[in-house]
Write a protein of this length. Sequence first.
Length: 258
Amino acid sequence: MPEILQKLNCPDCGGPLKVQAGDAIVTCGYCGSDVNLAVGSKYFLKHSIIPPKIGLGAIDSLIRGWMARGFLKPGDLAKKSKVISKELQILPLFIVHANVKSEYAGTLTRAGQPTERSGVLEKEYYWKVLGRRASAFPTREYTVPLAAKTDFNVSALVEGAKFLNSEIGEEEAVAAAKQEMDAHHRFLLEKEVDVISKLDTKIGVRDTEFLHVSAWFVTYQYQGKVYNLILDGATGEDIAAEIPQAEKKGLLGSLFGG
């Protein structure tokens, strides 16, 4: 992605900001301050990070260990596969803490005799919204290792990692979270009623946090086909994986988890 030619400086330390097309919030690589490009001033939302722990020196053995582990994988996967690419990315994530309450009424028809139902579905969420518009990162499936969370500091970054600024701001992240939580409640209510006649959902946002997390994006080749693997940069756990089909067992070839 090409960099914007316009020169921008950090309002805190005066250092040059590395800005790319599409960025909405830029983090200064010198002092760690965040800048809202829409207004050209400091961004005040709390910024945390899950520091990456898996560097270049450890990723190869971690990949091979993942390939050799688990009965769903071909027995020779670790031996006969070839790693094509591997990149550590530091990704922006918004966590929207909200209470969602849906009052509903409808009809259950699946049992044969139509039955009227009504009630209240209320849940509390820490909803994750990725700050990138196009990414293969599976935000919904990702479990944030909160025990490792700390205030953002540029010294927590690993050399060679690709640091990504957010392409959306807090307002857009909250709007996206609300839309997704509303859709999620509709999905949950489909288990209760077949026809919804009334639905009133209220979403109360309590707070929002801006967080950077890390992930290794890996592509590997096995028996002439290319597969993708995403490993947590802090814990080494697999976040998402494409697994070749185990020939003898006839298992599905593309599975999440390992």
